[in-house]
Design a protein around this ligand. Structure first.
Ligand code: HEM
Length: 501
């Protein structure tokens, strides 16, 4: 019997996309960010999929997570088959954003990569040595001075997080006021609040752009001047992209290498005893931390340059592969015995924390120097103990960075310095001469998405200044041309100091 209701007829509309049957079972990785047990997550994925798991990186954005040690290494070492340039990403063809800084070394391949990498490698090499170690020690000491009289500190926020940014600022040749500024900007960019993070990212771009402009005008014996003077002939925009990438690639992992190392020393007495007794050399200790507690868990991304089969999975050209450092270190194929067995791991250099292949981290020596100096300076001076139990410690809600939210410690407070510190004399306000426009970037094919906006804004600002300083109509008939007086404009770096001071 009919109820008078006709069957609903299918309404015409767009055909739903055909879903890849494998990605139909993709695990929404982003939903596991807040899980406290990421180690368990990797094991669940391995039990279900083997060495490569289909995942959703963000809602609706598919990818593959490499869980196997050999699969990760193989991808890293084969740049011809696995590119880093996000332009190769299927998704980016649909206007989706990649996390890499466009045009910088980490986002280009082949000859373009060699051109972008060489200045960084040579610049870092030129600046290593005793002067650098002295600067790291001095920076670490100045940070400890700020809390030594309190008898308690959070070694993440007060120490591990600001230190790497301050050291990089030193390499860039700027004074400590800018070191504090850069540390604040990086902490805000990596913090939880999206609005503050966006403002900080925009101001980091202003910091690097103004820094490059200053070094172009006044070269010195610093890393940025070396990048600018390198025979590769990088443009100002390219150097700014390199610096942005360097800050992104370097600051967080170094901070959490320091934090994770300090956690081990404060929570594992056998590790602390071996380290303090010099039975465990510093470099072996860092290798152990990077294997057992890698500061980077996963890292996006590589893009196959053709269809490939990895670990039994058929992966299409241009699909995103997420490198899985932490899962690789837990791969049963590489492990003998207990995951945390300290004795079995000392001297093990097999961790993938520096990457491998052509994009392998060029700053290993610098990162290790910062970490070892930071650890030794702190424990030699304060001999801190953990404030609470190891179970109270919380990891950051991130699948890429593996680091603590905080590391509270107590120690015997140092007496306050007898002579109160004099306030630093106010630096004279810097004014820059107005130029009619910045030199145009030559040859940069890609620039960071933010850079494009910034560039337009700063060009408009330059044009505004230029209009003030440039006569609007040409004087006719003048016998002698009097050059227009150069107008001054405030130094943008100083503007940032005011904003974040
Ligand atoms: C513990 C600290 C650090 C870790 C664990 C680390 C890890 C890595 C890894 C895994 C890569 C390769 C990424 C890939 O292949 O996709 C890399 C590349 C890179 N890192 Fe580091 N890094 C650290 C510190 C630093 C520091 C302090 C700097 C800068 C001063 C830095 C600058 C770079 C640069 C420029 C690249 C790109 C190289 C290229 O594409 O040729 N890193 N890093």
């Amino acid at each position: 019997m009919s109820h008078g209701l006709s069957r609903p007829r299918p309404t015409p509309g767009p055909t739903p996309p055909v879903r890849c049957p494998v990605h139909a079972q993709a695990v929404p990785l982003y939903k596991s960010v807040h899980r406290p047990d990421h180690a368990l997550l990797w094991e669940e994925l391995r039990a279900r999929f083997g060495t490569v798991a289909p995942v959703e990186i963000r809602p609706g954005v598919p990818g593959w997570l490499l869980l196997g040690y050999h699969e990760n290494l193989n991808v890293l070492r084969n740049p011809a088959s696995f590119a880093t340039d996000p332009a190769r990403w299927r998704e980016s063809r649909e206007e989706r954003q990649a996390d890499r800084v466009h045009g910088a070394a980490l986002a280009v391949d082949g000859e373009r990569h060699r051109r972008m990498r060489a200045p960084i490698v040579e610049g870092l090499r030129a600046l290593s040595g005793r002067r650098l170690t002295g600067a790291i020690k001095q920076t670490a000491t100045s940070l400890i001075d700020r809390f030594a009289t309190r008898g308690q500190a959070d070694l993440i926020a007060d120490y591990a997080v600001p230190l790497p940014a301050m050291v990089l600022n030193f390499l860039f040749g700027l004074d400590t006021r800018y070191g504090d500024l850069l540390a604040r900007l990086c902490a805000a960019r990596n913090g939880g609040d999206p609005d503050t993070a966006a403002r900080a990212a925009a101001d980091i771009h202003r910091y690097v752009t103004a820094l490059v402009e200053r070094r172009r005008a006044e070269p010195g014996d610093d890393f940025v001047s070396r990048l600018l003077a390198h025979p590769a002939g990088l443009t100002d925009d390219e150097v700014a992209a390199e610096l942005t990438m360097l800050l992104r690639a370097g600051v967080q992992p170094t901070a959490h290498l320091v934090g994770n190392a300090l956690r081990l020393l404060l929570t594992r007495s056998e590790v602390a005893t071996a380290y303090r007794g010099a039975a465990l050399p510093s470099v072996d200790f860092l290798d152990y931390v990077m294997w057992a507690d890698p500061p980077l868990q996963t890292l996006a991304a590589r893009y196959p340059t053709r269809d490939v089969r990895i670990g039994g999975a058929d992966i299409k050209e241009g699909e995103a592969l997420v490198l899985g450092f932490a899962p690789a270190h837990a791969d049963p194929a590489t492990r003998r015995g207990d995951r945390d067995a300290f004795d079995a791991l000392v001297g093990n250099r097999a961790h993938l924390m520096w990457g491998a292949g052509p994009h392998g981290c060029p700053a290993q020596a610098l990162a290790c120097e910062i970490a070892i100096t930071a650890i030794d300076t702190l424990i030699d001076r304060l001999d801190p103990v953990l404030d609470g139990t190891p179970d109270d410690l919380r990891w950051r809600a991130s699948l890429s960075v593996h680091g603590l939210v905080s590391l509270p410690v107590t120690f015997r407070p140092e007496p306050a310095p007898a002579v109160p510190e004099q306030p630093a004399p106010r630096a004279r306000r810097r004014l820059l001469p107005v130029r009619a426009g910045r030199p145009r970037a030559q040859g940069a094919r890609y620039s960071a998405p933010g850079a494009a906006i910034e560039d337009t804004a700063s060009r408009a600002a330059s044009a505004r200044h230029a209009r003030v300083g440039t006569p609007t109509s040409r004087a006719t008939g003048a016998r002698y041309h009097v050059p227009a007086a150069e107008e001054a404009r405030p130094d943008p770096l100083e503007g940032l100091l005011t904003r974040w001071g």
